[in-house]
Design a protein around this ligand. Structure first.
Ligand code: PEP
Length: 253
């Protein structure tokens, strides 16, 4: 897979009018960008609207979560099968807000990851440490535990069809970004951990960085050897910022 990918995570934001304005500004600017892929992960109710606006553009779309079970008696939940029905290419799995606010365990995240793969969606598996964990020196142990839960459930080969996003929790929505050096160190650790199971899959695995990426810091982050693009929260709601970040993912001419 490799190559660069920039994915927006709109979180629980937007409405019909603002989504339309945002995408109409993004489509003509992002579609011609070659050598880097882009996508937006949007709230469930807007998937139909986004599918209609983005179909045929160079921008893919996806969701921010899915149910760990397939269709059935799970009131309020949304299945992988349903996401596939709306043309989703990606689904975010295990975002730190799902883990901390909604109590998702590593085990549930692993089941969600396998549901995505079952229907051909590309899961974007989020991993990352809290500030306390970083300060306690257990960043790698936390990330290894989060990764191993998924590998234990689906096998390392499953990562051939997945993307990983390293998102230090202390950098999400805080304006504090990991330095390219700090992020690169963790990305390299993730790639080594996957390589221990399968070197070819590790070499092809896209590992995105997420956490207060902006137009002003994206180029430096994306220039690190193991950073294959970004998962962008706040800045993905601003067309100019998101377009500029996507341009930073283009290979140098
Ligand atoms: C995110 O929500 O995944 C994220 C990285 O948010 P932000 O870019 O706002 O820090």
């Amino acid at each position: 897979m490799r190559g660069k990918l920039v994915t927006g995570n709109w979180k629980m934001n937007g409405n019909l009018a603002s989504n339309q304005a945002l995408l109409q500004a993004m489509i003509p600017a992002i579609s011609p960008i070659s050598g880097a892929k882009s996508a937006v992960c949007v709230p469930f109710p807007y998937l139909a609207q986004v599918e209609q606006l983005l179909r045929g553009s160079g921008i893919a779309w996806g969701a921010q979560d899915l149910c760990q079970f397939d269709n059935g008696p799970y009131t309020g939940a949304v299945s992988a099968t349903m996401l596939a029905d709306f043309g989703c290419r990606y689904v975010i799995v295990g975002h730190s807000e799902r883990r901390s606010v909604f109590g998702e365990s590593d085990g549930v995240v692993a089941l969600k990851f396998s549901q995505a793969l079952r229907v051909g969606l590309i899961p974007i598996l989020c991993v990352g440490e809290t500030l306390d964990e970083r300060e306690a020196g257990v960043t790698e142990a936390v990330i290894a535990r989060q990764l191993d839960a998924v590998i234990g459930q689906s096998g390392v080969a499953a990562l051939a069809d997945a993307v990983i996003a390293y998102e230090p929790v202390w950098a999400i929505g805080t304006g504090k970004t990991a330095t390219p050096g700090e992020a690169q160190a963790v990305h390299a650790f993730i790639r080594r951990r996957v390589a221990a199971g399968d070197e070819a899959i590790a070499a092809g695995l896209q590992i995105l960085y997420g956490g207060s990426v902006r137009a002003g810091n994206a180029a430096q982050l994306f220039g690190a050897p193991d950073i294959d693009g970004g998962l962008i929260g706040g800045a993905s709601l601003n067309a100019d910022e998101f377009i500029a970040i996507c341009r930073c993912a283009q290979p140098a001419a």
